[in-house]
Design a protein around this ligand. Sequence first.
Ligand code: GLA
Length: 387
Amino acid sequence: MKFSKYDADALRRNFRQRFQAEPLLVCSPGRINIIGEHTDYNEGFVLPAAIDKAVYVAISKRNDDNIALASLAFNKTYTCKIAEVRPLKSWTDYVLGVVDQLSKHSIVIGGFNLLLDGDIIIGAGLSSSAAVECSVLYALNELFALGLSRIQIVKMAQAAEHEFAGVKCGIMDQFASVFGKADHAIQLDCRSLEYQYVPLHMEGIRIVLFNSNVSHSLASSEYNTRRQQCEQGVAWVQQQMPEVKSLRDVSLELLQQHVLPKDALIYKRCKYVLEENLRLLAACDDLKKGDIAALGQKMFRTHEGLSKEYEVSCSELDWLVQYVRNEKNVLGSRMMGGGFGGCSINLVKENAVDALVEKVSAQYREATGLTLSAYAVQIADGTEKLL
Ligand code: GLA
């Protein structure tokens, strides 16, 4: 597979033409997650990494209090006053949501021109929305010298997603986008926000994404429901044990005692989360020891849990994971991200990637009638200013 590099100079030229000004350029990447799915909002662990597909933002100050936006991907423009930003259920929400966060924190900015583009696939579960939020906030931070730290940017970008896009997401996507490091995954404790970079020593193995091309329309409503179900489980344990704050404090025994008698479905959801946290910690050991085969087996088990217990997969993603299960050149595979569509993540022996992609693409089309897209990703640095 070949790699293409995004042409940031073309974005710069386009900006100059459009706004007759010299822009500042920022790029914020999408992410993969090796293991640890639907654990972040339960104060658990995740193991994401930033990838070489990103959102690019060009920005300059204006002399008034207008915000002038343009998106190349959507071929749209939008203008409003800073004081008048509101959610519109459109691409603008991810930009205006962070402006709204700034005013909620009483941080004053002036008007600006902003041009948005990138090479990250939208709606494929690679966190394009988090990448937009983080790139815009980072750019505004630079442009107006706001002095925000990286972790403040992460938290405000997450709040923008909650309040403007209406998805009660965890912190993983924004964290990975801002804190990514080339050739490393980030082992993040979503309770304390302590993290360590884990080197991705995967000699002869590539991380390949299979995009089901099923767009995850159910994702936001079902996502919020899963979150509520976990909170309900916690609330039932809490009635007996007030010190319990999240699923992180709950053991399997406590679930059996306090949740199972009340609701079998909620028990199943919570049990998946507990097991996924344990799996992640064991998977990090595998990675540190270089035992990619063991890590891969855990990814298959995660998929089982996401599909049958957490029930956030879909038939196309199940097909993709099932299909590669018996391929000797695939060490691990699972659906990735929020679910209901998007990509599967696969650990594939390097010399087998091209042949595998060809075979899976043909079979996928036959089985589902859909076209598969495949990307071999590289692990990249987090949000940065471009020179
Ligand atoms: C989405 C959310 C993340 C995380 C994943 C599931 O990507 O934005 O916070 O919850 O789903 O692991």
